[in-house]
Write a protein that binds this ligand. Structure first.
Ligand code: SGN
Ligand code: CA
Length: 532
């Protein structure tokens, strides 16, 4: 009898302990944007740092830990997100390029967090197609989504909501924290904004920001890619030749500047978005851009002057959309505080890849060059991350899933391919941390025409292989941060190159990348290359 009472008491005690442990486990708020280059965040110290477009994100870094050497595995939207969901490289999770569909039936970290007792939610851009699995609450944009008055796919069907996308997604996240949250469980919330993705449409309240400012230009705005492999000369992502005045920059090209309406075919500027605007929204939009367009037409710019003008219009819109994101980050943190959750919630800021903001004369991403290889990764974990700390270990989006599971005290499956970042967040310096990262991009031929390539990056060196054309690039990042001097044919580096070729092969084997790299381009793709 006594033993039975003892057992009952013991099991009561144990279940109380485990409930307590569940309550103590931190909540995770993962704020994720689309195409936010680290060098547009002042805390990253890039050439745009003095613009200070994102003071809240900078403050998050000052209060938490910023990862300087944070990289993606495949610099494109859907693939980056699939890597995050699974903790596996693209060739393992099956989502190699945006044309693929994600197999939601596979193992993902949100499903494992649910099993571990977390309530999970995702709002905003998913870009993985299909109905999300592993979330107790979700609403996602179809495909790229729209900036104004967007549609959302929800478990109950499609809805269209009037407003600006960043604000609407934030509303959903705030509603989750304040209304939908299960008070008996820790939660993991993914708030995934469309901004600052092409075509960079700001909220109406931000249209006049930076109007009287001349933004600094990147040093490489007029790069002519003379030292690169042929790929860099044959892409289609130049501000000069491929950024369209109307489609990308909303310049009114209609005769006599008559008021364009969304159904006017001549005005196809960001047509998918513009045609969604209400007449009131359109009026505010035109009032902001109309006079600037007129000034452009009057100036009749050509050549480099026109490139400079396009860069200013583009970069300003990009940064304006980020001011909207920054306000969202503030709102989420205010909500956590109001709800008394700020001390037990980890706030993470990241984006699916980096981006060219005129660097090398480009926009978009895809390449393994620094600007698009890098991802922002900033973590504030109250009581764990040392305020203002800067970590330089090589980390990747491949590590996020394991990190989240580790935080939750859940078992990390052995088939995940990354590493938990928890030791780094605690300020430890693991001696056996990876010395290099592996990269593989597949989407070719496709929009922007960046050929397939894979490669390896260490703290100092980078080796890239455009295997379809069998062309290589090698950079010493310490001496040449802008990657302007391809050392592949420099005999002085022959030993280093041989070493990194071996290391690259070792990574291919380690990650079991059995992708067919013998696939050769079609004749017309050679012709495109030879054009340059
Ligand atoms: C769209 C964009 C491209 C962009 C891809 C992929 N064009 O096609 O500029 O590279 O998405 O972006 S747009 O006119 O539709 O904006 S990704 O971030 O989703 O991978
Ligand atoms: Ca993206």
């Amino acid at each position: 009898m006594k033993i039975a009472i003892l057992i009952t008491l013991l099991s009561l005690f144990l279940s109380l302990v485990s409930l307590r442990a569940a309550a103590d486990r931190p909540n995770i708020v993962f704020i994720f944007t689309d195409d936010h280059a680290p060098h547009a965040i002042s805390a990253y110290d890039g050439w745009l740092k003095n613009v200070r477009a994102t003071p809240t994100i900078d403050k998050l870094a000052a209060e938490g830990m910023i990862f300087i050497n944070s990289f993606c595995t495949n610099s494109i939207c859907g693939p980056s997100r699939a890597v995050i969901q699974t903790g596996k490289h693209s060739h393992k999770n099956g989502f190699m390029n945006n044309g693929n569909s994600f197999d939601w039936d596979q193992q993902t970290f949100p499903k494992l967090l649910q099993k571990a007792g977390y309530q999970t939610a995702m709002y905003g851009k998913s870009h993985l197609k299909g109905q999300p699995q592993g979330f107790d609450s979700w609403a996602v944009l179809p495909g790229q989504g729209l900036y104004y008055n967007p549609d959302f796919i929800t478990p109950e069907g499609n809805v269209t909501i009037e407003g600006y996308c960043t604000d609407l997604v934030t509303d959903m996240a705030v509603d989750f924290i304040t209304e939908k949250r299960d008070h008996d469980k820790p939660f993991m919330l993914m708030m995934q904004h469309k901004a600052p993705h092409r075509n960079w449409m700001p909220a109406l309240r931000h249209l006049d920001l930076y109007d009287n400012v001349v933004l600094p230009e990147p040093d490489t705005l007029f790069d002519n890619w003379s030292d690169n492999a042929s790929a860099a000369r044959n892409q289609e992502l130049e501000i000069d030749r491929h950024m369209h005045l109307n489609y990308d920059l909303f310049v009114d090209l209609t005769p006599d500047f008559e008021d364009p309406t969304p159904d006017q075919p001549a005005d196809r500027s960001a047509w998918r978005n513009m045609e969604r605007m209400t007449p009131e929204q359109m009026k505010v939009w035109r009032a902001a851009y109309g006079p600037r367009d007129a000034a452009l037409h009057a100036a009749n710019l050509k050549g480099k002057d026109l490139v400079r003008w396009k860069y200013q219009r583009y970069a300003k819109n990009y940064l304006r959309t980020l001011v909207g994101v920054d306000e969202s980050v503030q709102r989420i943190q205010d909500t956590l505080k109001e709800q008394g959750l700020d001390e037990n919630t980890i706030v993470i800021y990241s984006s699916d890849q980096g981006f060219y903001i005129g660097d090398h004369g480009w926009f978009d991403k895809r390449w393994m060059y620094e600007e698009s290889l890098k991802m922002p990764f900033i973590v504030k974990w109250p009581g764990v991350t040392k305020p203002g700390s800067r970590d330089h270990h090589l980390i990747q989006n491949l590590d996020y899933a394991e990190t989240f599971l580790d935080i939750a005290g859940a078992v990390i499956p052995s088939d995940m391919q990354g590493a938990s970042l928890v030791p780094l967040l605690k300020g430890e310096k693991p001696a056996d941390w990876r010395k290099s990262i592996y990269y593989h991009y597949y989407e070719y031929p496709s929009v922007h025409m960046v050929p397939r390539h894979n490669g390896i990056r260490s703290q100092r060196y980078k080796l890239m292989h455009f295997y379809q054309f069998d062309e290589w690039e090698f950079y010493d990042l310490k001496e040449d941060a802008d990657e302007l001097h391809n050392l592949y044919n420099d005999p002085e580096y022959a030993d280093q190159i041989a070493h990194y070729k071996k290391e690259l092969q070792a990574l291919v084997e380690k990650y079991e990348d059995d992708s067919d790299t013998s696939v050769k381009p079609k004749q017309w793709q050679y012709e495109v290359r030879d054009r340059g």
